[in-house]
Write a protein that binds this ligand. Structure first.
Ligand SMILES: N[C@@H](CCC(=O)N[C@@H](CS)C(=O)NCC(=O)O)C(=O)O
Length: 217
């Protein structure tokens, strides 16, 4: 398989972790989002939305897009170890937690939104940084609200093994810690689970700052 991604991309991180947990390999092709390569014709032919990740399967065919759709595909392709619980209610909870990060939090901090804030709305750097930290923390607080009080929370977001929700939580927490200097003391359960995740090689090795070409701020 070939994964179009970028070292800094939190959505690519999610796919990198899932591949590693499932014991699957993919060659990663870097699309430099900082240089705007996602808008070039060659890449738009792969993913017309102009975002990473996209996954090309060994058998070829239309590339897969959207990190959560790719995670669901990998889950169906290789069910072990599972990224979703067996019971429908548990699956709904894990998907719900995942979506808080991937569908509600993350879209507010992606390059196209940051560029719009800067170039169209003329928000200065201080205002932009406030925006990024604010929405990153709001998503983590929403997840914390569930994790701290629901009985399904265990060592990980749902029970004692990592699921899709942990992958999404880890991606959101990486944004908070590595990019936006978010004060995370108000989300202790999320932080405890993040630390459990980072003790697992699949999560740790996929970290954006450990990828080729990564530039810490
Ligand atoms: N919901 C999508 C998000 C994809 C996305 O926005 N990816 C970012 C990097 S994490 C990107 O490529 N952004 C390019 C841009 O905003 O111009 C997913 O989960 O795959």
């Amino acid at each position: 398989m070939k994964l179009y991604g970028f070292w800094r991309s939190l959505a690519s991180y999610r796919v990198r972790v899932a591949l590693a947990l499932k014991g699957l390999q993919a060659e990663e092709i870097s699309i430099d989002l900082l240089k705007g390569k996602q808008h070039e014709g060659d890449y738009l032919a792969v993913n017309p939305q102009g975002v990473v990740p996209a996954l090309i399967l060994d058998e070829g065919g239309t590339p897969l897009f959207q990190s959560l759709a790719i995670l669901e595909y990998l889950e169906e392709l290789r069910p072990q170890p599972p990224l979703l619980p067996k019971d429908p209610r548990g699956r709904a909870r894990v998907r719900g937690l995942s979506l808080i990060a991937a569908a509600d939090g993350h879209p507010l901090i992606v390059p196209r939104v940051r560029n719009y804030l800067e170039k169209e709305l003329k928000a200065d750097e201080t205002a932009r940084n406030r925006w990024l930290a604010h929405w990153t923390l709001r998503a983590l607080e929403a997840i914390e609200g569930h994790l701290a009080k629901e009985k399904e929370t265990g060592k990980f977001c749902h029970g004692d093994a990592p699921t899709m929700a942990d992958i999404c939580l880890a991606s959101q927490m990486i944004g908070a810690l590595a990019y936006f200097s978010v004060d995370t003391k108000g989300v202790p359960t999320a932080m405890r689970i993040y630390n459990e995740c980072m003790a697992i090689e699949a999560f740790a090795k996929a970290h954006p700052l450990k990828q080729p070409g990564a530039k810490p701020h």
